[in-house]
Write a protein that binds this ligand. Structure first.
Ligand code: M6R
Length: 604
């Protein structure tokens, strides 16, 4: 996701902006840039790729004395990652950086072009600077022009604007995307998308609220609300510990990442949903022409999302889909036919086994696609096509938000392929697109639910094992729930299809065997319920997760009523993640770095 920094003061603004951007690298980006106004002159530099390229370009550039500057790491949404599309964007005497999406940019751009404005980039952001300069011609001050501009743009934004007509001012506005301003007793002002770039530089920070806009000068910080009422900044002391600051007050990165799922899934959906169709620019005809089968290959959590996809692809897109554990696929001399699209799924894009299967598929002449969270990773560079999941950096070794975004991508993709194959009616596609838009709400962590699980977790610290059971897509979710628990609690846990229990595993049933039962109201409820009743009759301790009350359970974790089983899937996913987290915390384990595990498994 894009990152923003800004600086006003007498120190070396180039270094401050570049080091601030470095702290925002974790958000993910594909290009970066800065613009500095000093001694009446603007200097601006942009580079694609890593920050080192920007550092190289600014090597000879020196800042001394008072200056104002803005910087940006761009994560492409509108327009490819090119230098022209990188921020800051320039007008005739102003520069802007922006994080978010300007939804009405197309109509504003049309009007500006009609007025004779030339656009240099394909971005939505560029309209801000031109609209500002258009308003400047008829306004009494730069601030009036900025205020008018903010009232004219719609969508999500955190934006900073600097202009020659106010050489000691940075204008800011925030709506939907994060931004804060920091101060110290040296009359400096710092802006950033998160607080880490400000640590050690500022003493106090003000986190902007949606609708806030205003300006800073050496002596002033002026904020207005979206109702144009002036308000006092609400300063809080800035932590001096980088690691804890990055955790934003959460106990562990995993917890933070569970709570982030709502916003990262909104990013995953961004620009990919119309009212009646799903858009994937990444999947073109050349890739899909002549494909009769999809083979999904991955490890661990990514394998579980692939298994979920296999249900959705066959059900909605009516395309034959097989799945493979990468470490197995490598050595079993598999038959690969050219009418198969070979899809690898990986959070990191570096997992050795998965990468190797991708190489095998390429060598066999198959078309290849990667679903990945890390741009420029080895798999992204190797595959013919790539769909990025946009989960942002995942630090917890136990994957959470990466899984959530992978499943979101697969649900979207199943509809994309369904439309292409004429496998679903337009009406069905329209109604499922509406459901997709509800995922961010479904994965919001409810405080009451979290508290309930925290209390309940104390009953699940011992026993001789856990069975997580579910049917259909709730089977891969059960596998994922079991994997999460074993990774961070070190307790033995298995995922099973509910219907398989009576074929052997039920022999283990007794009060010390914990069964975590996934009971979705909208998918095979009665069947799954009977399977749980069989276990309950044999005295297994049952914890049921459902929106329908279940009286045979010893414990019950309710989820919200939803209108579709995939929304129940996402609701239950969060419950399972929080359940593992709380058990691990009670056991005193290192949640983020569990023993024996690595975040990226780059060896076989
Ligand atoms: O980066 P990848 O998605 O390729 O990683 C695959 C597995 O190593 C990974 O999902 C692992 O199972 C996680 N620790 C799960 O939480």
């Amino acid at each position: 996701m894009c990152g923003i920094v800004g600086y006003l003061g007498k120190k070396n603004s180039k270094e401050i902006l570049l080091s601030g951007l470095k702290e925002l690298e974790y958000r993910g980006y594909d290009s970066a840039g800065i613009a500095v106004l000093q001694n009446d002159k603007f200097d601006s530099f942009k580079a694609i790729g890593k920050l080192i390229n920007l550092e190289e370009k600014t090597k000879e550039f020196v800042t001394q004395g008072f200056s104002i500057g803005i910087g940006h790491t761009r994560w492409a949404t509108h327009g490819k990652p090119t230098e022209l599309n990188a921020h800051p964007h320039v007008g005739s005497e102003s520069y802007v950086v922006h994080n978010g999406i300007i939804e009405n940019y197309a109509e504003l751009k049309k009007e500006l072009i009609a007025d004779g404005v030339t656009f240099l980039s394909q971005t939505d952001t560029e309209v801000i600077v031109h609209q500002f300069e258009k308003n400047l011609k008829t306004s009494t001050s730069a601030f009036e022009a900025f205020k008018k501009t903010i009232s004219e743009i719609q969508g999500a934004y955190a934006t900073l604007l600097v202009t020659k007509s106010e050489k000691e001012t940075i204008f800011f506005a925030k709506n939907g995307s994060p931004m804060l301003v920091g101060i110290n007793d040296e009359n400096e002002k710092y802006f950033a998308s998160s607080d880490t770039p400000l640590i050690g530089k500022c003493t106090d920070v003000n986190y902007f609220e949606d609708g806030d806009y205003g300006y800073v000068t050496p002596d002033e910080l002026t904020i207005f609300t979206n109702e144009d009422v002036k308000k006092e900044p609400l300063f809080t002391k800035l932590s001096t510990n980088k690691l804890s600051a990055q955790k934003d007050g959460y106990r562990f990165f995993m917890e933070k990442e569970i709570y982030e799922q709502s916003s990262v899934i909104a990013d995953t959906l961004l620009g990919r949903l119309c009212d009646d169709e799903v858009l994937f620019d990444e999947l073109d005809d050349a890739l899909l022409e002549g494909i009769n089968e999809i083979k999904l290959c991955a490890c661990g959590t990514s394998y579980h999302s692939a298994l979920t996809a296999s249900y959705l692809f066959e059900r909605y897109a009516k395309i034959k889909t097989t799945i493979e554990v990468a470490s197995e696929f490598r050595y079993r001399q598999p038959i690969m036919t050219k009418d198969t699209l070979f899809v690898v799924i990986s959070q990191s894009g570096e997992t050795a086994d998965t990468l190797e299967t991708l190489k095998m598929a390429k060598a066999a002449g198959l078309k290849t696609l990667v679903i990945c969270n890390v741009d420029n990773s080895s798999m992204v560079r190797l595959a013919d096509a790539c769909v990025l999941t946009r989960a942002g950096v995942e630090k917890g070794v136990a994957s959470t938000k990466a899984f959530a975004t992978q499943v979101t991508v697969f649900w979207m993709m199943s509809l994309y392929l369904a439309k292409r194959n004429n496998a679903l009616s337009s009406q069905d596609i329209v109604s499922q697109i509406k459901l997709l838009r509800e995922i961010p709400k479904s994965v919001k962590v409810d405080d009451e639910m979290h508290e309930r699980i925290k209390r309940l977790s104390k009953r699940y610290l011992h026993g001789h094992g856990f069975f997580f059971i579910g049917r259909d897509v709730f089977y891969p979710l059960a596998l994922e729930g079991a994997l999460k628990l074993k990774e961070i609690s070190y307790l033995h846990a298995e995922g099973y299809p509910s219907g398989e229990m009576k074929h052997g595993p039920i022999a283990l049933a007794d009060p010390e065997l914990f069964t975590i039962a996934l009971l979705p109201q909208h998918l095979l409820y009665e069947k799954a319920k009977s399977n749980v009743e069989e276990l309950s009759a044999r005295d297994s301790t049952i914890c049921a997760i459902s929106s329908v009350n279940f009286d045979k359970a010893d414990d019950f974790i309710p989820i919200k009523k939803c209108s579709h089983y995939m929304l129940e899937f996402f609701e239950m996913m969060v419950v399972l993640q929080v359940f593992s987290l709380e058990i691990s915390i009670r056991l005193g384990n290192d949640v983020d770095m569990p023993r024996n595990l690595a975040k990226s498994v780059t060896v076989e």
